[in-house]
Design a protein around this ligand. Structure first.
Ligand code: SF4
Length: 257
């Protein structure tokens, strides 16, 4: 089922990986805006959800966030995390760095124990202001599904230029300041295998993870219906085995099935 989230604030929602999460959606409320077009995206294919509204303005986001945090302070629940996610890629918002700073200030005021998390596809980390803003959040969660350009073009489908080697080099600069998030899949798409759980994918990916030395790795598989219909969940035992290989590198790994 496709999910288009309200904007700029949604939830709180219970997240498999993050706990009680208040969502901050910097993308338009009536569609999707992303520099990838992943075939497993819960928001659907980009072309099916072209937005007509604009992105929410910085002041609008900050006002809505403050209103919601004040309400949660009075009525609960207490958020574990304020999560930038929603209808696409949050770092595409032109005021992303300023909004991060304002969010940290509001978090400190209302729920100092809550973490600020950003789910990003890492396509904008070559921009210094985005890179620096991501260094200021608690959980900078960067997508790296594979290091195979062919697989990236089949599954993540960047809609601009994307160089995985350059992305990995930049992720190395984050090092412990990032968490790597990877989707593992089975099944097929457009007559090609969508399975990235075999050794040919996992070993080069592990090598990249070892080079990046992130604080943590989160691996997961699809949990609900996807816009592309030939995909399958990666088996639990396969995910567990990959998680174990990450831990053998001395890197913490969370497996969500
Ligand atoms: S990067 Fe995230 S939001 Fe963008 S298409 Fe992929 S899954 Fe969807």
């Amino acid at each position: 089922m496709t999910v288009i989230y309200p904007s700029p604030i949604f939830g709180p929602v219970r997240s498999r990986r993050l706990g009680t999460s208040l969502g901050i959606n910097l993308l338009p409320a009536d569609g999707k805006c992303c520099s990838f077009d992943c075939i497993y995206c819960e928001c659907g294919f980009n072309s099916d959800f072209v937005p007509h509204e604009r992105m929410p303005q910085k002041d609008e986001v900050i006002r809505a966030l403050q209103h919601q945090l004040r309400k949660m302070k009075e009525e609960g629940p207490t958020p574990d995390v304020l999560t930038f996610a929603g209808n696409g890629e949050p770092t595409l918002h032109p005021d992303f760095p300023d909004i991060i700073d304002a969010t940290i200030t509001l978090r400190d005021k209302y729920f100092p124990k809550a973490k600020v998390s950003v789910l990003t596809n890492a396509t904008q980390i070559h921009r210094q202001e985005v890179f620096d803003a991501l260094c200021r959040v608690d959980n900078n969660i960067c997508k790296l599904d594979t290091i195979s350009p062919d697989y990236i073009n089949l599954i993540d489908r960047p809609n601009g230029s994307y160089d995985v080697e350059k992305t990995i080099a930049r992720l190395k600069e984050f090092g412990q300041r990032c968490i790597i998030q990877t989707m593992f899949l089975g099944g097929e798409h457009m007559g090609k295998s969508a399975d990235n759980t075999g050794e040919a994918f996992v070993q080069p990916w592990l090598k990249a993870v070892a080079e990046i030395q992130p604080r943590e790795v989160m691996i997961y598989t699809i949990a609900r219906e996807t816009p592309a219909h030939g995909l399958k969940k990666a088996p639990r035992e396969v995910l567990d085995a990959i998680g174990e290989q990450v831990r053998q590198l001395g890197i913490e790994c969370q497996v969500a099935y």
